[in-house]
Write a protein that binds this ligand. Structure first.
Ligand code: C5P
Length: 233
């Protein structure tokens, strides 16, 4: 079940199609986020599913319970493989999502986003008004608990948090970890980066990799190397 997910952070279908040509007929796990989805709409998801790819639709849903329930239903129609929600939407919102998935579609992986990695210790207290005696790490763990309680499959988190999350919430609680950089690669704007090998050792179920693959001169070669390193083959 472990896999490498490619973050398709492209501004248009034209660009993402061009990138996919590097992989010929290989089936991939692709993450489509707001940039590409809002530009191209559901059709791009249908097209890539038809080509045999798996899709993580990274829209980080966050709204009132009823809206999230209905949005989930619309997205399930696209036969996606992975979907995510902001844990800060609260228990009822997360539960509405997991219920909708359970009622309609059993095999999709549903994830909670705990605290965005762009927020630091200071901003969670200053902006989100999280009490000062609750650390960033404890806040992440607390939100992960909420996600588990609402019966979603797991969380998006840093590979550095995987060990503790698995210890606390069980081996079957799925962890999807971005911020991955092969040893030889520059850091870009990711601060706390982890290599694919370290992610494997920490126990990540899926790693999300964008620029090291999308900006590579030979994306297929880099993808294969990352996959080998992560799967330990
Ligand atoms: O190019 P890079 O490998 O940094 O891309 C990582 C992908 O994972 C991006 O699509 C980014 O939005 C996403 N992501 C992240 N950190 C999170 C959640 C998502 O980097 N906490």
């Amino acid at each position: 079940m472990k896999d490498v997910i490619i973050a398709m952070d492209f501004p248009s279908r034209e660009k993402s199609d061009e990138f996919l040509k590097n992989f010929k007929d290989q089936s991939l796990f692709l993450k489509i986020g707001m940039e590409l989805f809002y530009k191209e709409g559901p059709e791009i998801v249908r097209a890539y599913k038809k080509m045999g790819h798996k899709i993580f639709l990274d829209l980080k849903l966050h709204d009132i319970e009823n809206t999230v329930r209905k949005a989930t239903l619309s997205l399930l129609d696209l036969d996606i493989d992975m979907i995510n929600y902001h844990a800060q939407g609260g228990y009822n919102m997360l539960k509405a999502a997991s219920e909708e998935i359970e009622n309609n579609h059993k095999n999709i992986i549903s994830l909670g986003v705990t605290i965005l990695t762009s927020l630091d210790e200071e901003s969670i207290h200053r902006d989100l008004k999280i009490e000062r005696d609750l650390s960033l790490k404890d806040t992440v763990l607390s939100y992960a608990g909420l996600v588990k309680k609402a019966h979603l499959s797991g969380v998006v988190c840093s590979a550095l948090e995987v060990k503790e999350i698995k210890e606390k919430f069980g081996e079957n609680f799925i962890t999807v970890t971005p911020g991955i950089r092969p040893k030889s690669f520059q850091k870009d704007d990711q601060k706390r980066v982890v290599t694919p090998e370290m992610a494997r050792e920490f126990g990540s179920d899926f790693i999300v990799v964008g620029r090291p693959i999308t900006k590579a001169e030979n994306p297929l070669e880099v993808y294969r190397e990352i996959k080998r390193e992560f799967l330990g083959e």
